[in-house]
Design a binder for this molecule. Structure first.
Ligand code: ATP
Ligand code: LTN
Length: 327
């Protein structure tokens, strides 16, 4: 059976982009593949975090993953820092990737240049080496992610291929899985920018746990354009195309054929808001239940780590042996 691996950072509130770009596919893929999903708390440390907030966001994100339908009986669900093989393999990855390759990562350029960023950690720069370790430790075949992670999966492939050619067959070379609709959910106010967690509360971001009334308002106020024709054209009509993309991802229909059903922006906005709210309703209800018992979530995460560790430790041992470390 093919192996699936993906990760998500506990770095802020979960939004519609995370859900449509990644999580719905995690849920879907767990029924057909051997799946491993990880809350990547070590990655979150690349930006300064408040300790208590990080701890509570880690549990809350795990509860959200469970609420979305990640089933701990079907998938392995765990927290990255509970499996020490991740940072151990990351060092070998850092020595297999070059400074030049890391310098070309757009995520690093974006995050290190953000307004108000005073401290750029070395971890933010070497971040893709840890991500490569995450993926390669599980002999992963497919990595379901949003479009913004394309470059990070690509560099993981390059690292795996380089390691294999230098030291002999060690790693499975993974492929990304990027969905046809919802891979790049745009900010409703700035349709040239992706919806992002670390932007914080913003009128352009729809949160998974947001009140339906507020969601409706955000869609009503979504930026479109001064024409009135509903057409799927990302270049010329980014706002409208983004709404069609969201509606397509939620309903499973093709955004271009959805466009032909609408003559005005108003009904498109109302229908998109309604579809999103309906999709979120059961997730919000299930989350409210899970939230009551954080100790049970913590227990499930420990069980997950106990299942992940033997797989990771076998692959790490293979890599250490092949690179010439004493066993
Ligand atoms: P940050 O803003 O801190 O970078 P993020 O919102 O990009 O956070 P991540 O934890 O980095 O969230 O990503 C989790 C998953 O969600 C990844 O697979 C990522 O590709 C996907 N994702 C994030 N933003 C979007 C988006 N706007 N559209 C589609 N997928 C997205
Ligand atoms: N870099 C990713 C999070 C991430 C990840 C991974 C995704 C860390 N490790 C392994 C897929 C596979 C992000 O910022 N979205």
């Amino acid at each position: 059976m093919a192996r699936v691996f993906s990760g998500i950072q506990p770095s802020g509130d979960l939004h519609l982009g995370n859900l449509l770009g990644a999580l719905v596919n995690w849920e879907r893929m767990q029924h057909e593949h051997d799946s491993v999903f990880c809350v990547v708390d070590l990655h979150a440390l690349t930006l300064l975090q408040d300790a208590e907030t990080l701890r509570s966001q880690t549990i809350e994100l795990a509860q959200l993953l469970l609420a979305v339908g990640i089933d701990p009986e079907k998938s392995i669900l765990f927290v990255q820092s509970h499996v020490p093989q991740h940072p151990q393999l990351a060092w070998l990855m850092e020595c297999t990737v070059s400074y030049g390759e890391l310098s070309r990562m757009t995520a690093f350029k974006d995050k290190s240049n953000r307004d108000g960023t005073k401290f750029v950690s070395a971890g933010l720069f070497t971040y893709p080496a840890l991500q490569a370790a995450d993926i390669l430790l599980y002999d992963t075949d497919f990595v379901p992610v949003g479009d913004d992670q394309r470059q990070h999966v690509e560099i993981t492939r390059d690292i795996a291929e380089r390691f294999n050619s230098r030291f002999g067959e060690t790693f499975v070379v993974p492929e990304h899985f990027i969905p046809p609709a919802g891979a790049r959910v745009m900010d409703l106010q700035r349709p040239d920018r992706k919806m992002s967690k670390s932007e914080g509360e913003s009128p352009g971001t729809v949160f998974v746990l947001e009140d339906p009334k507020k969601i409706e308002k955000k869609f009503k106020r979504a930026v479109t354009d001064s024409e009135s024709e509903v057409r799927y054209d990302i270049e010329a009509k980014p706002g409208v195309s983004s709404l069609l993309d969201i509606l397509g991802a939620v309903t499973g229909e093709d955004p271009e054929s959805l466009a032909s059903k609408y003559e005005q922006y108003g009904p498109l906005k109302t229908d998109t808001a309604e579809a999103v709210i309906e999709m979120l309703r059961p997730i919000q209800a299930r989350f409210a239940e899970l939230k009551e018992d954080p100790a049970e979530t913590a227990r499930l995460l420990k069980v997950g780590a106990d299942k992940a560790e033997p797989i990771a430790s076998e692959v790490l041992a293979r890599a250490k042996h092949n690179i010439g470390l004493l066993s």
